[in-house]
Design a protein around this ligand. Structure first.
Ligand SMILES: Cc1ncc(COP(=O)(O)O)c(C=O)c1O
Length: 413
């Protein structure tokens, strides 16, 4: 049967050749079922357009809480910024509306296949009362990379920054005036298509909520102790640990609880048989140590090889270190470092200090790391809660966040 059909199919598939002289005629002949040009342009998905923003203010504004009682991520402002996307229409008009629950069908794809990514960034109030975002372009770049990796729509970064700036301005009364306080912003993107089919979502919702936060260390630095985690892996090359997907975070909670049960505040995530140090909890890791041969001081952080998140604070610290530490003879390295390297530096007295780096705390000094039951001392004296580099980095970064130093990293809303 197949053999009988083949010759005929072959003939049928051979389309008559169109000579160049016939081409213009061939494309000009309208076909009744073809898409009309105007229909095609209407179907072109729209980009995110801040000029279409509509604002509906709450009729029951909250009284901001006493700043001293703020707990990270518990209190939210009066409003939320939202924008919907559909595959056919693109980004619909953004809105700012009263903070409210979402209503989603139980079959919505975000609940089943984790179509979710997010960002974490902060707005600061400067001494003149201006509201400033810190390097929002970096967050938007990372947000787009996360979205693209899980088939969610991307957006024009400048348009979303403009919308976030308007939203933040609207909520400015929630940012306490005192130094150390800020407004934590949580841009979130979810797939909203109602389907159990495992497919790219045909609709999505991007929203931004805001939470006033206090200083991470209200009474000064408090150095933490880490457990080097070798029984669970947070991220691997070719995986998605370098994206800010919600799905990367829940699996880290059980190892975190295990570390806590043994008295450690965070996990130090190792990777591979070499036991490369990658990240600490939800922060990037920096190690300052002296070179074994030359004695040169080196500030080291893991390279962007897919096993770590591309932290905005990490990038800021590297840039500040190249600007301010390198002229004093420091070597600044993005390179792999094993747990054994750390252990040996500590034993040899070459360890200067270790700290985590992230938006929440800026820097988080480390006192010791437990590695296979051995305590690895990270260079702090018993009476110290921070090394000098972590402290200087915090001050340099905060000067730019709070606008004490005018800098291109600071975006005035
Ligand atoms: C896994 C992970 N690594 C590092 C960071 C630090 O990134 P950033 O400095 O952008 O806050 C975060 C924080 O969001 C994180 O979740």
């Amino acid at each position: 049967m197949l053999r009988q059909l083949l010759p005929r199919c072959g003939r049928a598939l051979r389309a008559p050749a169109i000579r160049p002289s016939q081409l213009s005629l061939a494309v000009q002949v309208p076909r009744w079922y073809s898409i009309k040009p105007e229909a095609a342009s209407a179907a072109k998905p729209l980009g995110l357009d801040p000029s279409k923003l509509s604002i509906t203010k709450t009729t029951s504004p909250k009284t901001p809480k006493d700043p001293a009682t703020l707990v990270f991520g518990r209190e939210f402002t009066d409003h939320m910024l939202t924008m919907e996307w559909t595959k056919t229409d693109g980004w619909l008009a953004p809105t700012i509306q009263p903070y409210q629950n979402l209503s989603l069908d139980p079959a919505t794809c975000v609940f089943h296949y984790a179509f979710e990514c997010f960002e974490g960034m902060k707005a600061y109030k400067d001494k003149n009362g201006n509201i400033r975002l810190f390097r929002p372009d970096k967050n938007m770049e990372r947000f787009n990379k996360s979205a693209a990796r899980i088939a969610l729509p991307t957006f024009d970064p400048a348009a979303l920054i403009e919308l976030i700036a308007k939203f933040t301005k609207l909520e400015e009364r929630f940012i306490p005036n005192e130094r150390g306080y800020s407004l934590y912003l949580r841009p979130t993107l979810i797939g909203t298509q109602k389907t159990l089919g495992v497919n790219p979502p045909g609709s999505a919702l991007l929203y931004v909520i805001a939470s006033p936060v206090g200083p991470y260390y209200p009474t000064g630095f408090k150095a933490v102790s880490l457990e080097a985690t070798d029984y669970a892996v947070r991220a691997w090359p070719g995986g998605v640990g370098d994206k800010k997907l919600g799905a990367n975070y829940a699996p880290c909670i059980v190892p975190q609880m295990e570390a806590a049960s043994r008295g450690f505040q965070q996990n130090l995530w190792l990777f591979g048989p070499e036991e490369y140090v990658t990240e600490v909890g939800t922060m990037n890791l920096f190690v300052a140590m002296k070179d074994k041969e030359t004695g040169q001081k080196e500030l080291i952080t893991a390279p962007l090889d897919g096993t770590i998140l591309e932290g905005v604070t990490r990038d800021s610290i590297l840039s500040l270190a190249r600007e301010k530490l390198a002229p004093d003879g420091w070597k600044i390295s993005e390179r792999k470092l094993t747990m054994r390297d750390l252990y040996e530096a500590s034993l040899d007295g070459r360890m200067i200090e270790v700290f985590g780096a992230g938006t929440a705390a800026v820097v988080s000094p480390v006192r010791k790391i437990s590695w296979k039951g051995k305590p690895v001392d990270c260079g702090l004296n018993d009476n110290e809660e921070s090394g000098e580099i972590a402290l200087r980095m915090k001050n340099w970064i905060e000067a730019r966040q709070y606008g004490d130093e005018e800098h291109e990293w600071s975006y005035v809303c």
